[in-house]
Design a protein around this ligand. Structure first.
Ligand SMILES: NC(=O)c1ccc[n+]([C@H]2O[C@H](COP(=O)([O-])OP(=O)(O)OC[C@H]3O[C@@H](n4cnc5c(N)ncnc54)[C@H](O)[C@@H]3O)[C@@H](O)[C@H]2O)c1
Length: 166
């Protein structure tokens, strides 16, 4: 993966601990950790999870971690960690804000223990999984508020930052 070109200023914006970038998640700098949502069965058969499966493989390694909903599996790829937020039991189900928050807390603990300083993610839970970004972003802000981890949120649509005080 190559380092991303510097982006035009209008493609970036910032609220709280989150920086928003319009563009493809996989153009983020290669040293940054990545995160996205999966189900316990690690099927990754739809959405951005398919791209993670193609790029990083490791399905058996993930399954062997036996993570349950509300926990977080992780792969190490080159110098970065790739986080799999396990937010539901089966691919056909939907996550809850509680399961997402619990998975984010598990990811944060791993980030802190492993001195992760930057993390990029899509609008997690807000595509196929149908959660609302306003609520999800507030949870991400709340969970990571007491860290100095720089979180960048990529989206292909126009950047519309949301501020909230959960
Ligand atoms: N049958 C299945 O396997 C099945 C069923 C439902 C959902 N899923 C998948 O979807 C669930 C996660 O849902 P989700 O809403 O968190 O994720 P998602 O719907 O895959 O994506 C979340 C957001 O990221 C956006 N996005 C997609 N690709 C990119 C990219 N390259 N760069 C930037 N943004 C991008 C997408 O438009 C959406 O707004 C997981 O369970 C996963 O396995 C699979």
């Amino acid at each position: 993966m190559e380092t991303a070109e510097p982006r035009p200023k209008e493609d970036r914006s910032r609220t709280g601990v989150l920086t928003y970038v319009k563009g493809d998640l996989f153009t983020c700098p290669p040293h940054e950790a990545l995160a996205h949502c999966i189900s316990e069965d690690c099927r990754m058969g739809a959405g951005i999870a398919v791209e993670f499966k193609k790029l990083f493989g490791g399905v058996e390694e993930l399954k062997a971690q036996k993570k349950r909903s509300g926990e977080c599996a992780v792969l190490k790829r080159d110098s970065r960690f790739v986080y799999y937020l396990v937010t539901k039991r089966k691919a056909s189900q939907k996550p809850t804000y509680e399961s997402l928050k619990s998975s984010l807390e598990a990811m944060k603990a791993h980030c802190v223990q492993n001195r992760v300083t930057s993390l990029s993610m899509p609008r997690i839970g807000c595509g196929l999984d149908r959660l609302e970004w306003g609520k999800v972003s507030a949870i991400v802000e709340e969970v990571f508020r007491d860290t100095s981890i720089a979180i960048t949120v990529y989206s292909r649509e126009n950047v519309t930052p949301v501020t909230s005080d959960v």
